[in-house]
Every structure is written in structure tokens, then in C-alpha cells.
Ligand binder design. Structure first.
Ligand code: SF4
Ligand code: SF4
Length: 153
């Protein structure tokens, strides 16, 4: 895989080969970015990641032991007409250094060690990691039935 770390970016080397690859692509590398996050260690860390995953268009993956927050959100400069960059001359450094070798179009499967698509998947993972009843502590406590004592009068 070649997700970009603070991963992202597009049209790389200006070789004919690369140009051809990008010409046959809808700009896959311009449709998301991924940021490294701290490796979670305890419940609170995993619960924070569960919160990230409550949000739409966000996934979290692990690659080579490193955790990443992946935001599926197209760059405003990617044209949907010709899939070219509308900011090519001023494109950020990360876009300039991105290479088509093993890019999102030409690379193999990403081979994530883990990939969470939503908070429910993280919940399942947390149940395995911390115990099947671990979310019970978050559930509202059941109200005890009030028993009226008869005072006998
Ligand atoms: S994913 Fe690869 S082929 Fe597609 S635009 Fe980006 S660098 Fe070019
Ligand atoms: S600035 Fe251009 S090259 Fe960089 S992500 Fe946006 S569309 Fe792609």
C-alpha cells in the first residue's frame, strides 16, 4: 500500500509512464489523507479512537505497527471533470513528493494489519481486548425498584 502518511497526494513524476498512470486514474490519491496517531495503550486511548470512528468518512488503520486516522475527503483542487489538480503550481510538498510507484492506483493491496471502518468495529475489538462486558460500565444503571415499606398502620 501507499496510503500517504500525513499520507496523501497526487500526480507525481512527470515521466511518460507516470503520466499515463495518472491519466487513467480518477485521482485516488487526492481523495483522502491519513495522519499518524499515537498507538493506543489503554481503555481511554481506544475509546478516543472509537469516538473518531463515530464520525462519517473516517476510518482508522494500522500499518507496520503504526496507527493512522484516515479521512476520506476529496481535495478541493481535484477536478471531477478531468481529475487534474487545479493548484498544480502551488501544490503542497507532500503532493510533489508522492510517487506513482506503488501509489493508490498502481500499488498492491494495502495489507493493513487492522482497519476499522466504524465505531461498531472498534467496539468489537475493545470487547475482545478488555472483556465481553466492558461496555456495561457505560450503560445507565438500572433503577432499583422502590419498595414502599408498610408501616403497619
Ligand atoms: S493514485 Fe497514482 S495514478 Fe492516481 S493520480 Fe495519484 S499518483 Fe497518479
Ligand atoms: S493540491 Fe492538487 S495534487 Fe495535491 S491533493 Fe489537491 S488536487 Fe491533489
Amino acid at each position: 500500500m501507499t496510503a500517504k502518511t500525513a499520507k496523501k497526494s497526487p500526480v507525481a513524476k512527470k515521466t511518460k509512464k507516470v503520466t499515463r498512470a495518472c491519466q487513467n486514474c480518477n485521482g485516488k490519491c487526492c481523495r483522502y489523507f491519513a495522519l499518524p496517531i499515537e498507538t493506543p495503550e489503554d481503555w481511554d486511548d481506544f475509546d478516543d479512537i472509537r469516538w473518531y470512528l463515530c464520525h462519517e468518512n473516517v476510518t482508522v488503520f494500522v500499518e507496520d505497527g503504526d496507527w493512522y486516522l484516515n479521512v476520506k475527503n476529496k481535495c478541493r483542487y481535484l477536478s471531477e471533470k478531468d481529475f487534474r489538480c487545479g493548484n498544480y503550481d502551488l501544490r503542497p510538498h507532500i503532493c510533489r513528493k508522492y510517487d506513482t510507484d506503488g501509489c493508490d492506483l498502481t500499488g498492491d493491496d494495502y495489507g493493513y494489519e487492522l482497519h476499522f471502518l466504524d465505531d461498531k468495529q472498534m467496539e468489537e475489538y475493545m470487547r475482545i481486548k478488555f472483556g465481553p462486558n466492558v461496555f456495561e460500565k457505560l450503560e445507565p444503571k438500572k433503577k432499583k425498584k422502590k419498595t414502599k415499606k408498610k408501616n403497619g398502620r
